[in-house]
Design a protein around this ligand. Structure first.
Ligand SMILES: Cc1ncc(C[n+]2csc(CCOP(=O)(O)OP(=O)(O)O)c2C)c(N)n1
Length: 633
């Protein structure tokens, strides 16, 4: 790694504040190289962090953190902040079990003002902090740092609307790199890009660039060029209150910008001035995603989040043939289904790559809708499309569907509209941690009327259940896990199965394992050791009551298995059904315990939560012992 003499002296922000302003560009270079070195070893979010280096330094230089609150939106760009706030030496533990979280976390550091992972919360949280400080006569400042992608989330505008009408000192920094994970979409980014200052700035840049090359040879000519540049800059400042800048002004914020987010000295000077201003302020900062690492600048989408890589060569393409991920299975299915039904439309709230829709977007641009980071809108929009006789498929991560719960109930389910929710990342997600864990969906979906919920246990099942649910004239959800499955062939046809019917995979003797989705595979492993029956229930709703009854009649012990919270999930559905049938059997409900999960390796987390084959076996054996014991009494 290149030497980092300045950064070596920095442990906490007060160390930065001891530096001369003129030293900050060097600190930015060193921080960037440290970031490259550490993320290339651990993996994690990358391009957004490179873009936020100067902004982070400037903020900690000017604001008195941790008393002043820096609220990062999404938080995936907070690695430079972590390095500068006492966590440099722990960067090698990033996203590993027991190590640093990939997002700001209240319990990790007093410098992390707010826990985050989902987008568009920063303005609301910073506003809450500003009002709390005001009510307690504390002089602290609150700053929300939000990307142009996160700004497409309605919640950000709810907070702007609220803050802009309050007598409160708050700063919102709009970190505009014109990218979400993929290129940002919608009218807002167009509005920001239409801003004439962009064009003038580009003109300034190109003029300066050309003049340096051409006029550099002519004595005195560069001075003239500098004067012209200053004149244009003056025009930029004068035009600051033109109509095109009125969006944020009209929300009651004083708009400043756009400014170069990679000129750390200028950023410091602007922030020093803004820090003392009264009332809501918005600073528009232009940055480049991937700044300073050419490969990431060239391909910010690929470098948004990375596995470990060699900095000299960039991301490696795996040479070994990997099984398809569930996301890829979905991506192939939707292409095939779209080919035979032109009413199929695909909707993603800003997750084209993550949800497997890249190819669909290319093949069917008219039938593909990236609605921005706007899960609520994605679902209501789908409901509207369904009212218009279309067949919308909402491709959404389990954790992000939480955002659109009312829309799911109010707009889709109550009206019994045929919207298919392709729910990715159901269950434990690993390194992204608790904010991204998809472990509540079976509980929150079960009580929604009209909704069919399917949980595939392998790739072939995934395709089968997607096709089966798609055919229905009502709301449906197919929920599948992150990553690869068993490696079996998913097939290519659009075959369907009976709704609400499960299947028995293995016949055992006394114990029946009633497994849902991803838990069927570990259940099969356990069953070999304890000679249990394994049922793949396929559907959480409608539940296969006949199969349940049969299992209860033929076995002494029932164990339910799901990669979902034990509270109110599939196991609870089994208990309710059995209670209603009047058939009493001891039932052990296994799933995610009722506590906040950790981040780290998925297999390790499964084991910790008692959902590995070995832990399932152990828990069943211990439970049966207690059952026998109580029977003896
Ligand atoms: C509610 C929600 N939906 C989706 C995501 C997934 N996500 C993480 S970062 C990101 C893009 C954010 O773009 P922007 O705010 O512009 O930040 P940048 O990465 O460009 O710096 C998305 C869609 C999320 N974190 N939260």
């Amino acid at each position: 790694m290149t030497p980092t003499p300045l950064l070596d002296k920095i442990e906490f922000p007060q160390d930065i504040r001891r530096l001369q302003k003129s030293q900050l560009p060097q600190l930015a270079d060193e921080l960037r190289s440290y970031l490259l070195d550490s993320v290339s070893k651990t993996g994690g979010h990358f391009a957004s962090n490179l873009g936020a280096v100067e902004l982070t330094i400037a903020l900690h230089y000017v604001y008195q953190t941790p008393q002043d609150h820096l609220v990062w939106d999404v938080g995936h760009q907070s690695y430079p902040h972590k390095i500068l706030t006492g966590r440099k030496e722990r960067m090698h533990t990033m996203r590993q079990y027991g190590g640093l979280s990939g997002f700001p976390k209240l319990s990790e550091s007093e410098y992390d003002a707010f826990g985050v992972g989902h987008s568009s919360t920063s303005i609301g949280a910073a506003l809450g902090m500003a009002i709390a400080d005001k009510l307690q006569f504390k002089p602290n400042r609150s700053v929300a740092i939000i990307g142009d992608g996160a700004m497409t989330g309605g919640q950000a505008f709810e907070a702007l609307n609220n803050a802009g009408d309050m007598d409160v000192d708050i700063l919102v920094i709009l970190n505009d790199n014109e990218m979400s994970i993929s290129p940002n979409v919608g009218a807002l980014p167009k509005y920001l890009a239409r801003n004439p200052l962009h064009e003038v700035k580009d003109l300034v840049k190109s003029f300066k660039h050309k003049s340096e090359r051409v006029l550099g040879l002519v004595p005195g000519a560069l001075d003239v060029a500098q004067k012209v540049e200053n004149k244009i800059k003056g025009l930029i400042e004068e035009s600051s209150d033109s109509d095109t800048l009125s969006l944020f002004d009209n929300f009651g914020f004083v708009y400043t910008g756009p400014v170069d987010g990679h000129d750390v000295i200028q950023l410091v000077e602007i922030l020093e001035e803004i820090r003392n201003r009264k009332g809501p302020q918005l600073l528009h900062v232009m940055t480049k995603k991937g700044q300073g690492y050419q490969l990431a600048e060239n391909d910010p989408v690929a470098f948004h989040a990375v596995s470990a890589f060699d900095p000299a060569h960039g991301l490696s393409k795996s040479s070994s043939v990997m099984p398809l991920t569930y996301t890829q299975i979905f991506g192939r299915w939707i292409l095939d289904q779209a080919a035979v039904d032109e009413r199929l439309l695909a909707i993603t709230p800003a997750m084209r790559e993550g949800s497997g829709l890249v190819e669909f977007a290319q093949c069917y641009p008219q039938r593909y809708f990236d609605v921005g980071i706007a899960e609520q809108h994605a679902v209501t929009f789908a409901a509207g499309l369904a009212c218009g006789q279309m067949k919308p498929v909402v491709a959404i991560y389990s954790t992000f569907l939480q955002r659109a719960y009312d829309q799911l109930i109010h707009d889709v389910a109550l009206q019994n509209l045929p919207v298919l929710f392709a729910i990715d990342r159901g269950g434990i997600v690993g390194a992204d941690g608790p904010t991204h864990a998809g472990i509540y969906d079976l509980s929150y979906l079960r009580c929604v009327p009209n909704l069919v919920i399917a949980v595939p246990s392998d790739e072939h099942e995934c395709r089968l259940l997607l096709s089966s649910c798609y055919q229905l004239d009502q709301p449906t959800a197919v929920r599948y896990p992150r990553g690869v499955g068993t490696g079996i062939d998913a097939g290519t046809d659009l075959e369907t199965v009976a709704i609400g019917k499960g299947i028995i995979h293995r016949q055992g003797s006394k114990i029946a394992l009633i497994a849902f989705g991803s838990m069927v595979q570990p259940a099969l492993v356990t069953a070999e050791v304890i000679d249990a029956t394994v049922a793949d229930m396929r559907f959480v709703k409608p539940l296969d009551k006949d199969l349940l009854l049969q299992l209860a009649q033929e076995h002494d012990y029932l164990v339910t298995l799901e990669e979902n919270s034990v509270m109110g999930g599939a196991g609870s559905a089994v208990l309710e059904s059995l209670a209603r049938s009047g058939l009493s059997r001891p039932v052990l409900v296994l799933g995610i315990p009722d506590k906040v999960t950790e981040h780290g390796d998925t297999n390790l987390l499964h084991d910790q939560m008692g959902l590995s084959a070995a832990k399932i076996q152990q828990q069943i054996e211990e439970w049966i012992l207690t059952q026998n014991h109580s029977e003896l009494k």
